[in-house]
Write a protein that binds this ligand. Structure first.
Ligand code: G4P
Length: 526
């Protein structure tokens, strides 16, 4: 198979959902259909349950799970499907954001009882920013959910996307019988009352032929014909180009836990979902078919075994072919690195691979060289864009509680922030370290991991800070003048970029008004 064939057959995507909508169940069922696992229950949920007695245990458990489920790859028909897992807790939103930078499309799961939920909204915003193609799977049709037309309306209004249903439910909840496949014009029905078995697909070319009555009776047939007529009038047909541009989302209905509607979803997904796309770098566009290898690190997992300082960096391959034992350049610092044990994740098995292609995600054992967002190339000096840091939501001062362990604390903070657990700022006037996170849970994670992995003890103390914003100005002198004027409110991030530490929205506004030439950025990439 040529590299081009390998690229064409890859489908790299993430399943995103509000917690409990059925992401884990759907992942598992896709793996079952793909033949990657043999029984249900093999995929563990990575949800962190806040209510449990020990959050630490949950966090550790979650870290363990998320290594094994970070990437789940399987072959289906002639395609290689790579599913990337996203964290199940909203405090890890930045992790999710970074994972979404490494996929080419997403499947979004919506619970038919609950409809659009807060996380659904946030995740879709991220997809829209990048024009990521989205397929919607409306789950739990075996429950008394909302009317499917209302659901589609809600999705279009709340998420501001256009939808295009490709299957349509027959009945819902207790009366749920199955789905009509609008795309292939066929009927897929449950068998018997248990709703666990699926009958063979029945082709129904003409809904008016009377054939359908034999299978679902008169009432459901009439309802289906009326529904389909309405659908034809209201929704556009699937336009693949629009879907690939993120302008229209195909919708499937089903019940993940009952294996229902999954095959239709997967069959359509592999057919329409994009193969690896070109990507933007600071020196132009990189295409997957470019002969030279390149990729970027979007996730780092460290120290699951406290005795070893091993980390696994997850690399998304963007162009060329990755080969084991070949020297590649870590662009930041121009370091030459060679990997003797690159790992692929087929189904749930880790295995060492000799080569990998664009769209693949591989794990690289790392002794501390990598940072999130790093680019690895075959010598070329460019950096992939699209993995910025965001201004955190919560801030705390770090206070070292054990002066004998200053070095350990320093190292721990450096490494944990390299992994993207949090961001680290240093205030210029007094050199105080400030940690910024998206959610409160991260402070617990850091404190716990500092102790467990670095033997350092720190407290996180209140600081009055509203936002940390990256600052820039085309005129270097003006930027310097601003930094002088607001010296008490300037910090630097880990890359030594200047950051304005705004104590309140009002103080930020004052600074913006007094220094109109200074640009304030919520992202580190501008
Ligand atoms: P998540 O990863 O999106 O958070 O959701 P997950 O798959 O863990 O599913 C959340 C709950 O919804 C689970 O129940 C799961 O069994 C259930 N579920 C998933 N798909 C369907 C479906 O099609 N119909 C119905 N009725 N339920 C579904 P749980 O009680 O939280 O866990 P479990 O004990 O069943 O595993």
């Amino acid at each position: 198979m040529t590299t081009q064939d390998e690229i064409n057959r890859r489908r790299t995507f993430a399943i995103i959902a509000h917690p409990d909508a059925g992401k884990t169940t759907l992942t598992e069922k896709l793996l079952l259909f793909g033949g990657a696992i043999q029984s249900a229950g093999a995929v563990k949920s990575n949800k962190i349950k806040k209510s449990t007695t020990s959050d630490f245990m949950e966090i550790e458990k979650q870290r363990g799970i998320s290594v094994s489920t970070s990437v789940m790859a399987f072959d289906y028909k002639n395609y290689k499907v790579n599913i990337l897992d996203t964290p199940g807790h909203e405090d890890f939103a930045e992790d999710t954001y970074r994972t979404l930078s490494a996929v080419d499309s997403v499947i979004m799961v919506i619970d038919c009882v609950k409809g659009v939920e807060p996380q659904t909204r946030k995740l879709l915003e991220v997809c829209r920013m990048r024009n990521t193609p989205v397929i919607v799977f409306i789950n739990k049709l075996d429950r008394e959910g909302q009317n499917p037309f209302d659901l589609l309306d809600e999705i279009e209004k709340e998420l501001k996307i256009k939808v295009c249903p490709l299957t349509w439910p027959i009945g819902i909840g207790k009366s749920f019988k199955g789905v009509y496949d609008l795309y292939n014009k066929s009927l897929n029905l449950f068998q018997g009352e248990s709703k666990t078995k699926v009958e063979d697909t029945i082709e129904i070319k003409d809904l008016h032929s009377g054939e359908i009555e034999k299978h679902i009776g008169q009432d459901f047939s009439e309802q289906l014909r009326a529904d389909v007529e309405l659908l034809d009038g209201v929704y556009d047909k699937l336009d693949k180009e629009k879907y690939l541009k993120g302008q229209i989302s195909p919708v499937f209905f089903g019940s993940a836990v009952n294996n229902f509607g999954i095959k239709e979803l997967l069959d359509c997904f592999v057919e329409v979902a994009p193969s690896p796309k070109e990507r933007e770098t600071d020196k132009g566009i990189v295409k997957p078919e470019d002969p030279k290898f390149s990729g970027f690190i979007f996730k780092i997992h460290a120290n699951l075994d406290p005795k070893h300082r091993d980390r696994i960096a997850f690399l998304r391959i963007c162009s060329g072919k990755f080969e084991r034992n070949k020297y590649y350049t870590l662009v930041r610092g121009k370091k030459e690195l060679r990997f003797s044990n690159p790992t692929a994740f087929m189904a749930q098995q880790k295995s060492i691979i000799d080569e990998a292609f664009p769209g693949d995600v591989i794990g690289l054992y790392d002794a501390g060289n990598f940072k999130i967002g790093d680019t690895l190339t075959e010598g070329a000096e460019f950096n992939f864009k699209g993995i910025p840091s965001f201004s955190p939501e919560l801030f705390r001062y770090v206070t070292n509680l054990d002066p004998m362990k200053t070095k350990q604390l320093q190292k721990g903070l450096e490494q944990l922030t390299d992994e993207g657990v949090a961001q680290l700022f240093t205030r210029k006037v007094d050199g105080r370290k400030i940690v910024g996170t998206v959610g409160a849970l991260q402070f617990e994670v850091i404190q716990h991991r500092l102790k467990a992995e670095y033997n350092a003890t720190a407290s996180f103390d209140q600081i009055n800070l509203y936002k940390a914003l990256w600052i820039s100005c085309p005129d270097k002198k003006k930027l310097e003048a601003f930094i002088q004027d607001r010296a008490a409110h300037i910090g630097i991030d880990k890359e030594e970029r200047p950051v304005f530490l705004a104590e309140s929205a009002w103080l930020l506004q004052m600074a913006q008004e007094k220094f109109p030439d200074i640009q304030f950025h919520v992202k580190s990439e501008f």
